[in-house]
Design a protein around this ligand. Sequence first.
Ligand SMILES: [Ca+2]
Ligand SMILES: [Ca+2]
Length: 378
Amino acid sequence: MNIIADGGFESPPATAGGFTSYNGGTSLGPWRVLNGGVDQYGAGFVNTVEGSQAVELNLLNPGGVEQTLLTTPGQTYTVSYLLSGFPGYQPGDGGPAVKTGEVLINGQAADTFSFDVTGKSMTNMGWVRREFTFVANSSSTTVSFVSTTPGNYGPAIDDVQVRADCSTTPSQQPIDPASCNALTRTGQGLLVPRTDYTGLTGGRPPAIGTERSVDIDVRVDGDCPRNVTIGARLTPVFGEAVSPGVDVSPVPVDQWTAVPGAQVSLDEPGVYEVTAVIRGQFNSPAGVDTDAWMTGRLFNVTTGQELPNTETLIIYRRETQVPAIGTTATTFAYVTVTSPTVIRVEVVKRLLRGRFLNAYVWSDREGRTKIGYKKIND
Ligand SMILES: [Ca+2]
Ligand SMILES: [Ca+2]
């Protein structure tokens, strides 16, 4: 933020096409006029590059302008201004070719300037920008532009700006040299800590979506200093599906059949743990020697293949006494998914001898048949 008031000398209006003179000890807008006084150029008198007015630091003798600013001790400020000089109405009648002067900070010379008007004219002033920095040592700083050129044709200035320099740390505040301090002073400036996110799909944060298995939480507290807290939260993708049960009596022996409702879709790439609980029951005629069983498995509907090693024996019966029996079995698998994949529960009836009266996959309050999944890795 520019803390100088009217650094362009645009107010009050000076005589258009000419100039208005101010003696030392008077005020020119927010500026105090020093020493021999100044001439404020009006619109159209000389060519300007900021607004239409500027100031020459000589009225008839060397003068100047100054302004007092509120400053922060230890803070570095940059002073920037446009410099030219009155070249004369005709070539060669402008007094000394080299116009000189100084910028004072609280009375101490902080910048010495000179401008050669040779080849310049009132319509070609050749404004150049100059800059210097200073470190404030009190809460009040006076910035003075004074001419050191004799006579009535002196240096001219315009567009004065004073800004706190946020790109550098105030030099009176040393950097903590502790090794844990990642802020480092380098030849190019301060090296500031930076965090790069890698290994994430979907671009850099905040593109991380809710479908990810790990959420990155970022909390920002304060503005200066700004504290950024980053944490990770494990939120696995998960789900389940419960079957209402099914009568598999009509299904031929040795034919696998899907259990309705016991099916899930693994939509996001990654590794999943898939678990199924299958409750079965079948009845055989009393007194008939029966050797029969029911087996379940997990089946990949998308690829049309059984998930290897997921067969689980639900019921095995080899006797004549018990007419009906029901038990529950579980199975699980780790499934690597690269594109959306549907997994379901299937069962099969086997029969060596005897016969089934009927057979069911059950799901009631005494035991559900269901399938669940939980993502465990990307
Ligand atoms: Ca101006
Ligand atoms: Ca003058």
